[in-house]
Design a protein around this ligand. Structure first.
Ligand code: PRP
Ligand code: URA
Length: 208
């Protein structure tokens, strides 16, 4: 298990705009996609390559191509959808799955209402996507669902994580790699990340 904070200047700059409460719904959505693409570079750093050759207009070139397992992008509904779109822009042939979870506002425990995964998810490199890792209950439950379906290599990408959420996931699933753009200070009494960015789903879809 490893936790990686992607501290690239471009990521940190975009994150600063994302956090701003004055950022519009449209810009918020675009930034989430862009941040996910940038984070994907780090998250996919250890994908296997194989040797190949291609003919350029000039000569034969010895090149590297992605080898190994195919990818599955799993978005936690709702907010994870925008991250799926970000990676699909880079890797359009990846298969996509969805896990529907919401946090009960009183208990903060995740409630599952939907799951549709690629049938061969167990044979794929899985990227689990959700912008917010707060208590960690939603991510831990989603990982449980994926493992029940046979997934073995799972990476969790979240834009902002609270220390509490990282601990919950690493305690329950020590085999998971976590990639974040920021590790924030703490959760508040309502389970929101401080300073965070507010409710990601509402800011993405203008539902507040
Ligand atoms: C948000 C977020 C995560 C979850 C994180 O979703 O997108 O899925 O909260 O919280 P946790 O780590 O404490 O479980 P939310 O429950 O608001 O659902 P929504 O995306 O449908 O609005
Ligand atoms: N879910 C969000 O969207 N934001 C938080 O800060 C915590 C959970």
């Amino acid at each position: 298990m490893a936790v990686t904070v992607v501290d690239h200047p471009l990521v940190q700059h975009k994150l600063s705009i994302l956090r701003d409460k004055e950022t519009s719904v449209r810009e918020f959505r675009a930034l989430c996609q862009e941040l996910t693409m940038l984070m994907a570079f780090e998250a996919m750093r250890d994908l296997e390559l194989e040797d190949a050759t291609v003919e350029t207009p000039v000569a034969l070139a010895h090149v590297k191509r992605l080898a190994g397992k195919k990818l599955a992008l799993i978005g936690i509904l709702r907010a994870g959808l925008v991250m799926v779109d970000g990676i699909l822009a880079l890797m359009p042939t990846a298969r996509v799955g969805h896990i529907g979870l919401y946090r009960d506002p009183d208990t903060l425990r995740p409630v599952q209402y939907y799951s549709k995964l690629p049938s061969d998810v167990g044979e794929r490199d899985v990227f689990l996507l959700d912008p917010m890792l707060a208590t960690g209950g939603s991510a831990a439950a989603a990982i449980e669902v994926l493992k029940e379906k046979g997934a073995t290599r799972i990476r969790l990408l979240c834009i902002i994580a609270a220390p509490e959420g990282i601990k919950t996931v690493t305690d329950a699933h020590p085999d998971i790699d976590i990639i974040v753009a920021a590790r924030d200070e703490r959760l508040n009494d309502h389970g929101y990340i401080v300073p965070g960015l507010g409710d990601a789903g509402d800011r993405l879809y203008g539902t507040r």
